[in-house]
Write a protein that binds this ligand. Structure first.
Ligand code: 1GP
Length: 246
């Protein structure tokens, strides 16, 4: 999966990942319909996860439905219960700005042997929570980085790069009223070559385009898939047309 992402990023455009939260899916038919629309629009991977209310059976049901699509299925775990051998890879995340050691290294120690057993490819990721932070920020006891503190965000991303992580995820929180600012994305990209994932609150094509042209390597949308699938597919198409200004 890491090689697939690296190859796609050589094309100098941002990738789009569709976040499927098993707790928010109302029926199998709905997920089949939505995932086909996302795939047809050109989403580059499915992320599967969420913070609250996910059971293993719901997770695996989602993975069974997504199996038909020939793009990676990547777990986006909030805790060690979000693991399944039916996925291809897992964002192996450390919540770098958490005050709780469990989210920095505790869950990772407990999760690593489970990931090994399930033969999942770990994608080493610094999870950095910005601004609103949403449920992930609350549960993860994040000391959130203000939306306009580019220097602090850049320092976290540099630290992640120096620790050898492959990805840094700037997360405004699912459903956040504001997104990570495009100016923060370009500030971070100026000082680091790490693959930058940006998500949280992205609901419009215009905002997605600004974040993509600021240099985000991967853009994640979640809520808009369930609330407005037309917008979700427009966002994907717009991202695919946008060249990064790096
Ligand atoms: C959440 O970044 C993702 O972890 C996506 O956020 O649901 O607001 O699109 P949204």
């Amino acid at each position: 999966v890491k090689n697939y992402i690296d190859e796609m990023l050589h094309e100098k455009r941002s990738l789009h990942f569709s976040l499927i939260d098993p707790d928010k899916i109302r029926s199998i038919d709905e997920l089949s319909r939505l995932s086909k629309q996302l795939y047809d629009a050109g989403t580059d991977a499915f992320l599967i996860g969420g913070t609250l209310g996910i059971s293993k059976s719901e997770l695996e049901l989602c993975l069974d439905i997504l199996e038909d699509f020939e793009i990676p299925k990547i777990l986006f775990p909030s805790n060690i219960n979000i693991v399944s051998e039916k996925a291809d890879a897992v964002l192996f995340m450390s919540l770098l700005n958490s005050d709780d050691i469990y989210y920095v290294i505790g869950a990772q120690v407990m999760g690593a042997p489970i990931i090994k057993k399930n033969k999942l490819e770990p994608l080493s990721t610094a999870y950095i929570i910005i601004g609103h932070g949403g449920t992930a920020g609350h549960i993860g006891r994040a000391r959130v980085i203000p939306f306009d503190n580019f220097e602090l965000a850049s320092a976290y991303v540099m630290a992640a790069e120096f620790m050898g992580m492959d990805f840094a995820y700037l997360e405004a929180g699912s459903g956040s009223p504001e997104t990570v600012k495009p100016e923060m994305v370009s500030a971070v990209k100026k000082i680091s070559r790490i693959n930058l994932i940006v998500g949280g609150g992205i609901r419009s094509e215009e905002k997605a385009e600004k974040i993509a042209s600021a240099g985000a390597d991967i853009i994640v949308t979640g809520n808009v898939i369930e609330s407005n699938i037309e917008n979700a597919t427009k966002i994907i198409r717009r991202i695919k047309q946008t060249k990064s200004i790096e």
